[in-house]
Design a protein around this ligand. Structure first.
Ligand SMILES: Cc1cc2nc3c(=O)[nH]c(=O)nc-3n(C[C@H](O)[C@H](O)[C@H](O)COP(=O)(O)OP(=O)(O)OC[C@H]3O[C@@H](n4cnc5c(N)ncnc54)[C@H](O)[C@@H]3O)c2cc1C
Length: 551
């Protein structure tokens, strides 16, 4: 298919502008919102996208911190729907850095001429379903209102940055940044004393990069993570050509794997093989690029405690080997969760940073941070004076961006209240009581545990087909039934329960100690795997969209 073959039906947009209502409004212009806009245009709908940032790209627009890059292989991450885009775009590295991915998003936006239907610098603060008009009213932060029949949230799984609840943050006199809202200007670390708070996937990337030029670095760690080597390398011409020639095969492999990564789980169980064979397999995975050690490991390491203990012990040894000071090594070894039961940060020399004489690790479980002072970070045993504080404290994941919008459905019912005890959804795409609202990459959707564009394409295609179906049949309103929602939510819980990660506190279980009300574990991700999810969505469509009511 040609990327530019679909043109917007001007007449429909003009009609929408006159009547004051669009066929569809999309919130967010990241990977999901961009593709959804393209597909709905293809149906001939009038569409408007509202985006808080001043450019496309979402994650890749906001996360400009040093070291930000893919954990997905670049060539598995790009959109697969357009041969023209696949042919023309060249990834320069196996795991591209943020500036390149942002360039890619802009390249796609230009190719598809997306920006003319996107309003940038426009944050949506409230959305309300008007039952009489069967329209969603969208309220912008500047007070302006727009209406549409369909509302599609493409607001991102990791787009609501959270600050730590440490007193005194405002009092700090030096420079301070959150990694998720990093400035567009260059930030220099040379000759500066820098503090980084947080050692999740973002912190690991940022710390490794900052350590290359910093004067002195203090890392404040609460929960160490099991980090595995990324093994990034530039893409040579021959590899580039081979990848371009085999895109269909590459995407076919992704399609069949649990999380749509290029890595397929090994069919063996960890305890079925002898210790030497197991060790050799772990060593091989440790030496290979990407998430293979997480997603391509023995099939039981993420579901069986004993199997998990084998890889956890291997990773423990690796950390000890790489850190010179045994006391520092022990601090960097997680003690409250096994390997792979929290999001695995991929690293490019992270552990070696702690061998540098100008880097200090502060374990805040031993010496908690009491406050931020005008001069730096005060822990229970000393004050660390610094010139810059970097908050690598992550996001209010998956439901956070929803919580930041006042979403009101039928009878004024608030989504926040409906989800107070955890999300309830049908297919992670619809919610009973919120007709004509679709939630891309929302909770309970396979995209929450995925090489995201692969799942996004499936989500968007499915939603587009459903809207197409409605137009064909003359329906104006679709809503998940309470029964379908109950059954899907139960299925999400049941498939989750067998995974070890549901026994651990992390954002994958809805925990964020910096956000009020997010201290209780909840099932927010879908852990049944992308193939099973796709099968279920296809079955629902084939059975005439069973579980939905239409009017
Ligand atoms: C540092 C980092 C690295 C990552 N690496 C990978 C990776 O290697 N592989 C992978 O698969 N995934 C990765 N992810 C996940 C990443 O979020 C997805 O891959 C993907 O970019 C999500 O696209 P999206 O369009 O769904 O959401 P986003 O990219 O988050 O876009 C959502 C957009 O919605 C906008 N928005 C939100 N709320 C509002 C509102 N109220 N009003 C207006 N606009 C709003 C935001 O400004 C944002 O631009 C990474 C995430 C981070 C943070």
């Amino acid at each position: 298919m040609s990327a530019t073959s679909e043109t917007r039906p001007r007449a429909s947009v003009i009609a929408a502008e006159r009547s004051g209502a669009y066929d569809a409004i999309i919130i967010g212009a990241g990977i999901s919102g961009m593709y959804q806009l393209h597909r709905l245009r293809g149906l001939g709908l009038s569409v408007r996208v509202f985006e808080a940032g001043d450019g496309v790209g979402g994650t890749w627009y906001w996360n400009r911190y040093p070291g930000a890059r893919f954990d997905s292989e670049s060539w598995t991450y790009g959109y697969s729907f357009s041969d023209e885009i696949l042919r023309e775009w060249e990834w320069s590295e196996h795991f591209a850095a943020q500036p390149e991915t942002l360039r890619y998003c802009n390249f796609v936006a230009d190719k598809l001429d997306l920006c003319r239907d996107i309003e940038f610098n426009c944050r949506i603060r409230a959305v309300t379903y008007d039952e009489i008009a069967n329209q969603w009213e969208v309220e912008r932060e500047d007070g302006g209102r727009e209406r549409a029949r369909f509302l599609i949230t493409a607001i991102g799984p990791l787009s609501a940055p959270t600050m730590p609840t440490i007193p005194g943050v405002e009092s700090f006199r030096g420079e301070s940044y959150h990694t998720g809202t990093w400035p567009h200007e260059q930030v220099s670390f040379a000759n500066k004393r820098v503090a980084v708070i947080g050692t999740g996937a973002t912190g690991v990337q940022a710390i490794t990069e900052i350590a290359k030029t910093v004067g002195h670095l203090t890392v404040f760690q609460r929960t160490p993570n099991w980090c595995a080597p990324l093994h990034n390398r530039p893409m040579d011409a021959a590899t580039q050509a081979r990848i371009k020639a085999t895109y269909p095969e590459i995407f076919a492999v992704c399609r069949e794997s649990f999380g749509c990564f290029i890595h397929q789980a090994d069919p063996r169980n960890a305890l079925e093989v002898g210790p030497e064979e197991r060790e050799a397999f772990f060593e091989k995975l440790y030496g290979e690029p990407g998430f293979g050690i997480w997603m391509g490991n023995f099939r039981d390491v993420l579901i069986d405690q004993e199997a998990n203990a084998t890889i956890t012990e291997f990773m423990r040894r690796k950390i000890r080997q790489r850190i010179k000071d045994p006391k520092v090594a022990e601090k960097l070894i997680p003690t409250n969760h096994g390997f792979g039961t929290r999001r695995v940060p991929l690293e490019s020399g992270y552990y070696e940073v702690f061998n540098q004489p100008n880097v200090r690790l502060v374990d805040v479980r031993e010496t908690p941070i009491e406050r931020i002072t005008p001069a730096g970070v005060k822990t229970s045993d000393s004050e660390h004076e610094v010139d810059m504080i970097i908050y690598a404290t992550g996001f209010d994941a998956i439901t956070g961006a929803f919580d930041r919008i006042d979403v009101r459905g039928m009878d004024g019912r608030r989504l926040r209240e409906k989800w107070a005890d955890g999300p309830r959804t049908y297919l992670g795409l619809q919610i009973a009581g919120f007709p004509n609202l679709f939630t891309l990459v929302g909770p309970h959707n396979a995209a929450t545990f995925c090489n995201i564009p692969r799942c996004v394409e499936q989500n968007v295609d499915w939603v587009t087909a459903l809207i197409g179906h409605m137009r064909e049949k003359g329906y104006a309103r679709v809503e998940a039934t309470p029964d379908a929602e109950r059954d899907w939510t139960q299925h999400v819980h049941d498939t989750g329960k067998r995974m070890l990660f549901t026994q651990v506190d992390s954002w994958m279980m809805g925990i964020n100690s910096n956000v009020a009300g997010k201290q209780k574990r909840t099932f927010i991700v879908y852990a049944g795997g992308a193939p099973k999810y796709r099968e279920k969505c296809d079955e629902v469509a084939a059975r005439g969209y069973v579980g939905f009511t239409f009017r």
